[in-house]
Design a protein around this ligand. Structure first.
Ligand code: SAJ
Length: 437
């Protein structure tokens, strides 16, 4: 189904909003991006991208040159509004919808009736209905439910279309992933489907708003629960003295088993957050989902204890090479990264230790770590060379290529299992092999 919508405002030009704005614009729609950050707006209007994401820069530069994408602080009038603002959690793990409400307050005065408003931000069940009610509260002359009357005047179409793209593959997955659209009304869902089919080549499934909200949360909870299972296995395997990666690889030969990989914990701004929205919606019932969050959140503490154990056998001031700070492999994103938290915790737990951090994707230590004299950023070979203990926190490709000779005589705490092939290293007596190397 093709859309008649030609004019779109995308509210929030972050990791999701900017790629969505750019792809709509390169597909011929006139897109206004709205953001509160003046520097980012200026950068985008010069055709530049304020963060790293493969292929995004080409799309933004192309869209700006074509004249189809413009960024600004003020909310414009548009036929459709896509809200892609953060939905973090509060202290009590409930969702903070204040950015969504702020977007609604900016949109409300611009509405004439007949517009489509799509919430893309990951949201707790009920958030889209809340947005619809909130807009109508601000504009009592409009309504969002077409059941009462068949006249189109004053009708506002509100839908949820959760983003599902993987950082690092956003421009590909925007086009190829299937999408779920949940409408406050069927008509709203169909309008949103028309808009997204401008660039989405996957299937677009229509449902109600709450099911769409839950579908997104459940996808990330599913991954969180499965990573928690792998993380629990790594702790059990360590206790039993077996190699967790061999264990998982063997179990995965079963046709109906597909265990994920253990690691130092779960990072990023999605999987470590979204399951809490399900827990908040059904606190008594969501027991497994809650426990998975607790299991994954406590994995960094366990890693810190393993390094402390290794340090206690040295009998001197330990030098620790910490490999990686990003929340996962081959990206520069440090948000909610367990690696950052582990390095910070180690600095507190081992006050006499020197920590040499190797993170090829950043040029400076993050603010949480850079005030501490004993933590230094350096290249991976020098860090390992100087270290007594080598702690692998991220499975960046660069680290996988490191020669095993460099590790000889050092204790290795490998939370990602990147050097499993180094059979000789795993036989080094001094090596402490966490989860099996
Ligand atoms: N991780 C493991 N073991 C694994 C897989 C991942 O420890 O086997 C860790 C990673 O190291 C990282 C964390 O989990 O710290 C999350 O990484 P990820 O690659 O699983 O996911 P994200 O956060 O980059 O993106 C997820 C994706 N969701 C799913 O795969 C179900 C993505 O499709 C969503 O769009 C995104 O969340 C989002 O924005 O919600």
């Amino acid at each position: 189904m093709s859309t008649k919508i030609k004019n779109v405002a995308v509210v929030g030009l972050g990791y999701i909003g900017l790629p969505t704005a750019a792809i709509l614009a390169t597909n011929g729609l006139r897109v206004t991006g709205v953001d509160v950050n003046r520097n980012n707006i200026d950068a985008i209007n010069r055709g530049e991208v304020p963060f790293v994401e493969p292929d995004l820069a080409v799309h933004v530069a192309g869209a700006v040159t074509q004249g189809n994408l413009r960024a600004q602080l003020e909310m414009p009038e548009a036929e459709a509004y896509i809200i892609a603002v953060p939905t973090p959690f509060n202290e009590d793990k409930t969702a903070d919808l204040s950015y969504v409400e702020a977007a609604a307050r900016a949109i409300a005065p611009k509405l004439r009736g007949g517009e489509l408003v799509v919430l893309e931000s990951t949201s707790p069940p009920g958030a889209t209905q809340h947005l619809a009610d909130y807009l109508v509260g601000l504009r009592p002359d409009l309504r969002t439910d077409d059941a009462a009357s068949s006249t189109p005047e004053g009708l506002l179409h509100v839908a949820h279309c959760p983003e599902r793209v993987l950082p690092g593959r956003i421009m590909i997955e925007l086009v190829t992933n299937d999408r779920i659209v949940g409408g406050i009304t069927r008509r709203a869902a169909e309008m949103a489907k028309g808009l997204y089919s401008v660039f989405c080549q996957g299937a677009i499934f229509l449902t109600d708003a709450t099911t769409a909200e839950m579908a997104k949360l459940v996808e990330n909870s599913y991954r969180d629960v499965n990573i928690a299972f792998a993380n629990e296995l790594s702790i059990i395997s360590d206790k039993l003295g077996i190699d967790v990666w061999e264990l998982i690889s063997l179990a995965n030969h079963h046709p109906r088993v597909n265990i994920l990989q253990p690691g130092p914990g779960v990072g990023g701004h999605c999987i470590a957050v979204d399951p809490w929205f399900v827990v908040a919606a059904a606190p008594e019932e969501a027991r497994l989902i809650r426990q998975a969050r607790i299991t994954n959140d406590s994995k960094p503490d366990w890693v810190v204890r393993k390094v402390e154990e290794a340090a206690s056998t040295l009998g001197r001031r330990p030098v620790i090479a910490a490999l990686g700070l990003a929340f996962k492999a081959n990206i520069d994103d440090l948000r909610e990264s367990p690696a950052v938290s582990i390095v910070g915790q180690l600095a507190d737990a081992l006050p006499e230790a020197k920590i040499l951090v190797a993170e090829p994707h950043v040029s400076d230590l993050p603010a949480a770590l850079d005030t501490r004299q004993k933590i230094q950023l350096m290249d991976v070979h020098s860090a390992i060379d100087c270290a007594d203990i080598v702690l692998v926190l991220v499975d960046h490709d660069e680290f996988k290529e490191i020669s095993k000779e460099l590790l000889e005589g050092k204790a290795v705490v490998d939370t990602r299992g990147i050097w499993r092939g180094h059979a000789e290293v795993s036989k080094t007596e001094s090596a402490l092999l966490v989860g099996g190397l």
